[in-house]
Structure formats: structure tokens, C-alpha cells
Design a protein around this ligand. Structure first.
Ligand code: COA
Length: 324
């Protein structure tokens, strides 16, 4: 195979220091460690501290990824940031990250696809590199979802956490990223949403009363069905068999959703990177966080084939097939 591709040179991640366990949540709402563990697999989540912004989490993950890649921030020609919890309305969190990295001039922008954000951002960077418009790209997923949570709503507050993950992509003559598949269907906008924004209900937003709302049951069913379909689409598109995939690196929303996708791939859970028990759902950060954990603990090795997939608000969903 010859041509121009994007290859992952290095990964990084960051989790805020404060940990909130299921037992801590038992003090806030009528719930139990048993219920949360059984329904979701989640045991704990990290929560960003006061004054700790999404761009701060992103910075720590980005620095690690650059170090692992053996590249300097000054050599980046593209920064793509996936987040649903930007520091400000504008400038983009990518620009604020660029400033914190102390670099100037390269293209920097945010991508908003909620929990599918990292797959969308990876696809954008991959296409920039394939097209020759970028050579060294930083792709970050970072979130402070705790700031969008109604801590009196037990149906949502137990599910989410804060964190960041990053990858450095460089142009290469072999994949790397084989393909990305992206989809969306705005008809489902109201099933998983923060129903206020700048042009709708700005007062609620300003007063800190804009929270995640979700019809959990319906989201669950749609996620399982949709992720099953995207696994087939990815395998067919690349002409590979399920047995060719070495690792599933899924979005970490719910252990039962992850298990259903692994079954679809006939992959034993030992070949699935699972972090949801420790991180909860960190939205756009969850896949690069999981990837970095498994790279650093030595599970994922160079040359192995990774299937990443995600489903989230929008609805959006997508996948990436990547040789690490
Ligand atoms: N603790 C205890 N009980 C809770 C609870 C909590 N934290 N949250 C909800 N319940 C209750 C409900 O009130 C309901 O009680 P009722 O039967 O008396 O009305 C009962 O548990 C069952 O609720 P239900 O929503 O049917 O549970 P579920 O099995 O669907 O599990 C989710 C709920 C949220 C865990 C599950 O639907 C889910 O994971 N959905 C997908 C969420 C997701 O991944 N979103 C992000 C996608 S990127």
C-alpha cells in the first residue's frame, strides 16, 4: 500500500485529582453503589477542581502525547480539539490550548460531536493529513462534564466524569488510520441534550442552570443497535474479518453497551479496553483516555489493529480502524 496516511506517533491523557466514588454519590442522591455498578459498571469518576478548565486538562494530555511522540509543540501544524464543554463561547478551546502550549500560527479549531467528538476530530485530522494540508497534528478530546450535571438528578449525575486524552498524528507512507466512518441523525436531538445555549435560553446558561437531560433507556437501545451496525460497516469497508481486529477501544459510557459491541465482534472482553469503571463517561475524552491507558500499561503494542467506536448526543456515531 502506498500513499499518504496518518499514523499515531504518541498518546497522552490526564485525569483531575479529585475522585468521586459511587459511595460519595449515595450522599447526594437516592442511589447505591450496587445500582450504579450493576447498570453501568461505573465505580468512580474524576472531577475537575475549581479553576481547572477543559483547556488545562487538554494541556496536560497534549504535553504527554507530544513527549511520547518525541515531537515539539512548535512543530504542530494542526490542533483539533473535541469538546462539548468549552472554556468559553469563543475563542475555541483549541486556540486556548494553543496559547497554553506556547505555539503560534498553526490551524486550531474545535469539533463538537458530543461523545463521538474524538472520532470526528480524528477523522478531520486524518483527512487534513491525507490531503497534504497538515503533517503533524494534535487531536485532543477533553471535557469538564461535571459542570453540566444536575447533582440532584440521579438518572444522569452518576454517569459522567471529567478528563482528557490526546494523540499526535504524523503523515506516513502506510496506515495508520485505515478509515473513519462518521454519521449523525439530528432527529434524535432531544433524547440526549443540554437544551439551552447561546441562541436559546442564554439566561439559564449564564445562571448555571443548563444541565444534561437524557432518556436513558431509549439512548441505550439506540446505542447498542447503532454500534452493532457500525462495526459491520467498518469491517466491510476495509474488507477485513472480525478476527483481524486485535483491540476494541470503545467510547466508555456503559459496560453493558461495550459488552454488546464486543459480542458483535466475537471479541473476548480481554481484548476490549475498559475504563468506564474508573473514569465513567468522559464524552469526547473517553476513547483517547482508554487508548492511552492501554498503550502505557503495555496491552496495546505497535502494529496491532484497533477498532474505535462511539455513540453520542446528536445523535452522532462513528468509528475508526487504526493500525497502532
Ligand atoms: N440510582 C438508583 N435508581 C435509579 C438511578 C440511580 N442512579 N437512576 C435511575 N434509577 C431508577 C429509575 O428511577 C427507575 O425507577 P422506576 O422503575 O421506579 O421508575 C429504575 O431505576 C430503572 O430506570 P431505567 O432508566 O429504566 O434504568 P436502565 O436500566 O435503563 O438504566 C441507565 C439507566 C441510564 C444506566 C441506562 O439507561 C443507560 O446506560 N443508558 C445509556 C446512557 C448513555 O450511555 N448515555 C450516553 C451515551 S453517549
Amino acid at each position: 500500500m502506498s500513499g499518504r496516511y496518518a499514523r499515531i506517533l504518541g498518546t497522552g491523557s490526564y485525569l483531575p485529582e479529585t475522585v468521586m466514588t459511587n459511595h460519595d454519590l449515595e450522599l447526594l442522591v437516592e442511589t447505591s453503589d450496587e445500582w450504579i455498578t450493576q447498570r453501568t459498571g461505573i465505580k468512580k469518576r474524576h472531577i475537575a477542581g475549581p479553576g481547572e478548565d477543559t483547556s488545562d486538562l487538554a494541556l496536560a494530555a497534549a504535553r504527554q502525547a507530544l513527549e511520547a511522540a518525541g515531537r515539539r509543540a512548535a512543530d504542530l501544524d494542526l490542533i483539533v480539539m473535541a469538546t462539548t464543554t468549552p472554556d468559553r463561547v469563543f475563542p475555541s478551546t483549541a486556540c486556548l490550548l494553543q496559547q497554553k502550549l506556547g505555539v503560534h500560527g498553526c490551524a486550531a479549531f474545535d469539533v463538537q460531536a458530543v461523545c463521538t467528538g474524538f472520532i470526528y476530530a480524528l477523522a478531520v485530522a486524518d483527512n487534513f493529513i491525507r490531503a497534504g494540508q497538515a503533517t503533524l497534528a494534535l487531536v485532543v478530546g477533553a471535557e469538564t462534564l461535571s459542570r453540566l450535571i444536575d447533582w440532584t438528578d440521579r438518572s444522569t449525575c452518576v454517569l459522567f466524569g471529567d478528563g482528557a486524552g490526546a494523540v499526535v498524528l504524523e503523515a506516513a507512507t502506510a496506515p495508520g488510520v485505515y478509515s473513519t466512518q462518521l454519521h449523525a441523525d439530528g432527529d434524535y436531538a432531544d433524547l440526549l441534550t443540554v437544551p439551552y445555549g447561546v441562541s436559546q435560553g442564554y439566561d439559564r446558561l449564564r445562571q448555571g442552570e443548563a444541565y444534561i437531560e437524557m432518556r436513558g433507556n431509549e439512548v441505550f437501545r439506540m446505542a447498542v443497535n447503532t454500534l452493532g451496525r457500525i462495526v459491520d460497516e467498518t469491517l466491510e469497508h476495509n474488507g477485513i474479518a472480525r478476527s483481524d481486529v486485535d483491540w476494541l477501544v470503545p467510547h466508555q459510557a456503559n459496560h453493558r453497551i461495550i459488552e454488546a459491541t464486543a459480542r458483535k465482534l466475537s471479541l473476548p472482553m480481554a481484548r476490549v479496553v475498559v475504563t468506564v469503571h474508573e473514569h465513567a463517561n468522559t464524552s469526547a475524552a473517553s476513547i483517547p483516555l482508554a487508548l492511552d491507558v492501554a498503550v502505557r500499561d503495555g496491552r496495546i503494542r505497535r502494529g496491532e489493529l484497533l477498532l474505535m467506536e462511539a455513540f453520542g448526543g446528536g445523535f452522532t456515531w462513528g468509528s475508526a480502524l487504526v493500525r497502532y
